[in-house]
Design a protein around this ligand. Structure first.
Ligand code: GCV
Length: 702
């Protein structure tokens, strides 16, 4: 009897442990936005069960295997019952997925002319009646289009939209939608805040980590179609036989998901691993070395995407080491990749202070004269702003200034300057502000987005890159909310016209809950979080006053004697007379790098928007603003406003207790607390430091 009782107790305890382990595992953030939990509202569930009774696929390529696997997993999970896969329609509620070329059913359901307009990556989703049955068709020209369509269909259900009368047609505006990993070959990640690199080079090519596939699924679900595997501060080793073999294994896992791999290369590779005495891009042996290297890569990775290059910047070598130009360097690589369809993304992140004492002007001065000199498979990859992923910057003036060159935009998903993985900062509004900025390159209405997608200047290639924040942490991104930035980057890369709010809502529904209270509150928190970060870190156009090196927290008094433009005082220029960097025509004249009327508007402190005021102007502390306050009062107001927002987010999050699973709830609660501490520090340190100048006069009074 006793034995039986103790056996029962053990069994019960074991079941409890199992239950909790499963619950915890289910809600540790690993699944990202692909959670596929069963829908709890009975009415909705029956709506979906009515519309989805079988998955009909007639194709068996690796991409279609991925489509089938995802739809089966997703639909069965969401509907709480196994959805069978078939090769023909046998009942109402069939979901047919296929390409025009391979699927006889798709050929009957979707016309060639209809599909023509969606291109290689696009898809259509339609509700139809066919053969007396209700059918949903997901049709595309290519398997990858069908994969994107399948993920979109899942998203409709995850966000609880009706499946009645679907009539959707989508295609991406930008061709290359890339993640740039700043992952080093030793497993560390530059500016990574989510653990180590997910690429386990020491295990490859023998062992294939299960995460590679989940990484591919997540990216494909938001349309990302390329990954630069290694850091732009590159090592020549990535081009050795050993690493090419390892990378080929990663490429094999990502390929079915429509993702190509790319390498960041080191310009001196021919010397470091090729035994040549020079890396001069005009030297015939060097050119031949790059051609042979391309051949070697494509033999192993036939769909290899190309190279990303950081040249002659922050210690990386470049063509300038040999007296050559950016164009000489980029074109040499482009020539080697061209026979295979590869591209070169040559970064414009250069700031040789000998070119101009204002760092913000350097890239423009170096690159604009080269417009027209680059090969047609070269992108110039520009960061979103002219300095370096600051919480807020005006758009990079290279957009609109190099019409003969394909320009890729580079955003930073990893939050180097925006609180790292400790702060809840939703970056879509920042990226939207940039993409929606009017460059006035051809009069009003030429947005940065139009230049990036190639339409403004009629380029055959277009691209967008996001510096990945992904790491080995179980939740991939460090902060659960940093996942939203990965998601938002992909969604915007697919469609730059989506609103930040729509993306936040989708992500919240898929990641947290469809409960209206949760959705509305989380969306609200997210939507104001970037502006709050700007407020408590660098309001009114201030920039780069972060702590030296790690860039977390404030250090406005930082002076770097070796490189003045690495110190904070270089940027804020606070003194007894005022604060801000004078980039007006009486200062560095960086405003002149923008088209009219922007140049004129930003040139005067009277018309310059408050958000860019101290970016373009050095103004007295008592400068009267339109709001009626002085500059110093307004600065104090912004710092306080930023802090208040974080405190508000804490309250809002706390009110969600019980509506969010405990593990993720606590994780976010703890991080919000860290964020509040850090926001307070920013406010106090900056106001104390600036106050020493601003309140000098007041203090002198008896
Ligand atoms: C990869 C900033 C970062 C560096 C980064 C560099 C770049 O300076 O702090 O870590 O290096 O940008 O974009 O190349």
């Amino acid at each position: 009897m006793n034995l039986l009782r103790s056996y029962r107790i053990k069994l019960l305890l074991w079941m409890i442990v199992l239950f909790f382990t499963e619950t915890l595992r289910a809600e540790d953030g690993y699944q990202l936005w692909l959670r596929y939990n069963e829908i709890s509202q009975p009415e909705l569930l029956s709506h979906y069960r009515e519309h989805i009774t079988q998955i009909v696929i007639q194709e068996s390529s690796p991409t279609f295997q991925a489509v089938q696997e995802e739809l089966r997993k997703g639909l069965s999970g969401l509907l709480g019952e196994e959805i069978p896969v078939a090769s023909s329609v046998s009942q109402d509620g069939a979901v047919v997925v296929g390409t025009l070329e391979q699927s006889s059913i798709v050929r009957k359901l979707a016309g060639a002319s209809e599909l023509e307009s969606v291109g290689a990556d696009g898809f259509i989703i339609r509700s139809l009646r066919w053969d007396n049955r209700t059918v949903t068709v997901i049709a595309a020209n290519q398997p990858k289009g069908a994969l994107y369509g399948a993920f979109h269909f899942l998203r409709l259900i995850q966000t609880q939209q009706s499946l009645d009368k679907l009539s959707i047609q989508q295609k991406p505006r930008i061709q290359k939608r890339l993640l740039n990993h700043w992952d080093n070959l030793n497993g560390s990640v530059e500016r990574g805040y989510a653990g180590r690199s997910i690429w386990k080079w020491n295990e490859l090519p023998e062992r294939i980590d299960a995460r590679y596939k989940d990484y591919a699924r997540a990216n494909a679900s938001i349309g990302i179609n390329g990954a630069v595997l290694n850091n732009v501060n590159s090592q020549a080793a990535i081009l050795t036989k050993e690493y090419i073999e390892k990378a080929a294994v990663i490429a094999n896992v990502l390929r079915p998901y429509g993702i190509q791999i790319y390498f960041s290369i080191k310009f001196t590779s021919p010397m470091e691993i090729g035994g040549l005495p020079t890396a001069d891009p005009l030297n015939p042996s060097v050119r031949q070395w790059w051609k042979e290297k391309a051949k070697e890569i494509y033999q192993q990775i036939p769909d290899f995407g190309g190279y990303l290059v950081k040249a002659y910047s922050e210690g990386q070598p470049g063509p300038q080491n040999y007296g050559r130009s950016h164009a000489d360097g980029a074109n040499m690589l482009a020539e080697a990749l061209e026979p295979y369809g590869g591209t070169v993304s040559w970064r414009s992140f250069v700031y040789d202070i000998s070119i101009d004492p204002d760092r913000a002007k350097c890239a423009y001065l170096e690159f604009v004269p080269l417009d027209g000199d680059f090969a047609s498979n070269v992108f110039i990859q520009n960061k979103n702003g002219p300095i370096d992923f600051q919480p807020r910057e005006p758009f990079n003036p290279l957009f609109g200034a190099m019409p003969k060159t394909a320009l890729m935009i580079e955003f930073q998903i990893t939050q180097e300057y925006t609180g790292q993985a400790k702060h809840l900062v939703y970056l879509a509004p920042l990226w939207k502000e940039v993409l929606d900025s009017d460059t006035y390159a051809y009069g009003p209405g030429t947005l940065v987005a139009d230049i990036v997608d190639g339409t403004a200047d009629k380029h055959a290639i277009s691209g967008i890159a996001g510096v990945s924040g992904i790491g080995s942490d179980r939740n991939w991104s460090g902060h659960h909310f940093s996942q939203a930035n990965w998601y938002a980057f992909g969604r915007l890369a697919w469609d730059t016209s989506l609103s930040s709010e729509q993306i936040a809502e989708e992500w919240t529904r898929m990641t947290w809950s469809n409960d209206p209270k949760v959705v509305n509150l989380i969306k609200k928190m997210m939507m104001g979080s970037w502006e709050a970060c700007v407020d408590y870190m660098t309001p009114m156009g201030l920039h780069h006053i972060m702590a030296a090196g790690h860039h977390y927290g404030p250090q406005p008094d930082y002076v770097n004697r070796r490189r003045i433009d690495w110190g904070s005082t270089y940027y804020h220029r606070a003194d007894a007379n005022g604060i801000g960097f004078d980039r007006s025509e009486t200062g560095s004249n960086a405003v002149s790098q923008y088209h009219q009327p922007l140049c004129r508007i930003w040139n005067s402190p009277k018309t310059c928007p408050e958000k860019y005021l101290l970016w373009f102007h050095h103004l007295p502390w008592d400068y009267p603003l339109e709001s009626g306050s002085t500059l110093w009062e307004r600065l104090k107001f912004h710092y306080q406003k930023g802090v208040d927002y974080v405190i508000l987010m804490q309250k809002e999050w706390d009110s969600l207790q019980g509506k969010i699973d405990p593990e993720r709830f606590e994780h976010v609660q703890n991080r919000l607390n860290m964020q509040k501490e850090n926001a307070l520090l920013w406010r106090d340190v900056c106001l104390k430091y600036f106050g020493r100048f601003a309140e000098k006069e007041e203090k002198r009074e008896p």
